[in-house]
Design a protein around this ligand. Structure first.
Ligand SMILES: Nc1nc2c(ncn2[C@@H]2O[C@H](COP(=O)(O)OP(=O)(O)O)[C@@H](O)[C@H]2O)c(=O)[nH]1
Ligand SMILES: [Mg+2]
Length: 363
């Protein structure tokens, strides 16, 4: 790699951005490259940041705002990674409900730091959600959320139709014809981000991509975009679980499942529902989405313990109040069912504000 690559990784909630970044950092490190990851969320306690750091990857976090609405924190994060670790490749994962990155991130970076690095915007989409969206099937999310999903893909340098392993060969071939017909001029990768080959292929596509020009800005209605953002309530919460008979991990998993089941029962579409489970020695990430009936756990070997801390990040199409009530009720029920003691430490439930980017550079 001749000079710094800044790989901006966008795309909808739970599309697989962090998974792909993690896989890519492993491959790059094995080849002797230095990497850094910028994580970002509007909440303050981020599962992704915990996950990246627990894997020993140099990290800077932008919290409390998306990259575009706090461009200076993004620029500082990049600078800090450069000064401390001199990475060859920096991955910057944007908030899953964020779009207009070409005009608000890439163009300002290219304008301020002319020629210093190559930028590639990869936009991930869960292939199942993408096909459902393009075929105008019963939408999973409401129209303004769908608007964000569409705008994200429209501005991609490279589209990653991800999680191909979850389709049969026949479904995949149908999906490919629907997607390529919708994006005839885009470079589209059909990817399984859990496989080394998939990640290798993505890195090769990013390496080959050369475009140092300012990007074409999206034609976007910020009122509609802001409405979509506000549809998805946010909850960040840290809970402590203490048990007497060493089954805090099991209790935490029961709690995670109970929260998921309560949201599902109410038919609230899930943007993401993810947990970072920490038993004092190890951390493991657990994710749910609207499609999955079972949780995806990124590691399965967590040892039982008397106490654990569970960090919860939820983005769900409902009100913050209801989301908070669901979690509180799940905690009470889990406590009653297990005799564990569950304490809510830090809770924050909100709707993101109107997106007001620091810069918007249009060509
Ligand atoms: N089967 C499958 N699961 C995936 C793939 N990529 C990501 N996932 C899972 O999708 C969930 C959300 O992934 P994550 O990387 O957190 O998504 P993000 O919100 O876009 O960063 C996790 O449970 C991942 O293990 C993939 O290619 N195939
Ligand atoms: Mg992520």
């Amino acid at each position: 790699m001749s000079h710094l690559k800044l790989l901006i990784v966008g795309g909808f909630l739970a599309s697989g951005k962090t998974t792909a970044i993690y896989g890519a950092t492993k491959q790059l490190k094995a080849k002797g490259y230095k990497v850094g990851v910028l994580t970002n969320d509007q909440g303050k306690q981020q599962v992704d940041t915990g996950f990246i750091r627990s894997n020993g990857i140099p990290n800077e976090e932008v919290s409390g705002s998306c990259f575009c609405c706090n461009f200076n924190a993004l620029a500082t994060g990049i600078q800090n990674l450069l000064e401390v670790n001199q990475p060859d490749v920096i991955f910057a994962e944007s908030v899953g409900s964020c779009t207009d990155l070409a005009a608000t991130i890439i163009n300002p970076l290219l304008t301020l730091k002319k020629g210093k690095y190559d930028i590639v915007l990869s936009v991930f989409a869960d292939i199942r959600l993408l096909v459902a969206f393009l075929q105008e099937e019963q939408p999973v999310f409401n129209e303004s959320v769908g608007y964000i999903f569409q705008k994200q893909l429209d501005e991609a340098d490279i589209i990653i139709a991800n999680k191909t392993d979850l389709l049969s060969a026949e479904e995949l071939s149908r999906a490919k014809s629907v997607i390529s017909a919708a994006y005839p001029d885009k470079s589209v990768l059909y990817q399984n981000s859990l496989s080394e080959d998939g990640i290798q292929n993505w890195l090769a596509a990013c390496e080959d991509y050369r475009n140092s020009d300012l990007r074409q800005a999206l034609n976007i209605d910020y009122d509609k975009y802001g409405a979509g953002e506000a549809e998805l309530a946010w909850l960040d919460e840290e809970v402590g679980i203490i048990t007497q008979d060493k089954n805090a991990v099991k209790t935490a998993l029961l709690l995670a499942n109970s929260i998921y089941n309560k949201i599902k029962t109410r038919n609230y579409p899930i943007g993401h529902l993810k947990f970072l489970l920490d038993n004092g020695q190890y951390q493991t990430k657990i994710s749910f989405s609207s499609f999955d009936d079972i949780a995806n756990r990124d590691q399965y070997n967590m040892e039982e313990s008397e106490r654990v801390v569970l960090l919860i990040n939820a983005r769900v199409q409902t009100t913050p109040k209801e989301l908070q009530e669901i979690v509180t009720n799940a905690i009470i029920e889990t406590e009653n069912a297990t005799a564990g003691k569950i304490t809510e430490y830090i809770v924050s439930a909100f709707k993101p504000g109107y997106p007001r980017p620091t810069y918007r550079i249009i060509v």
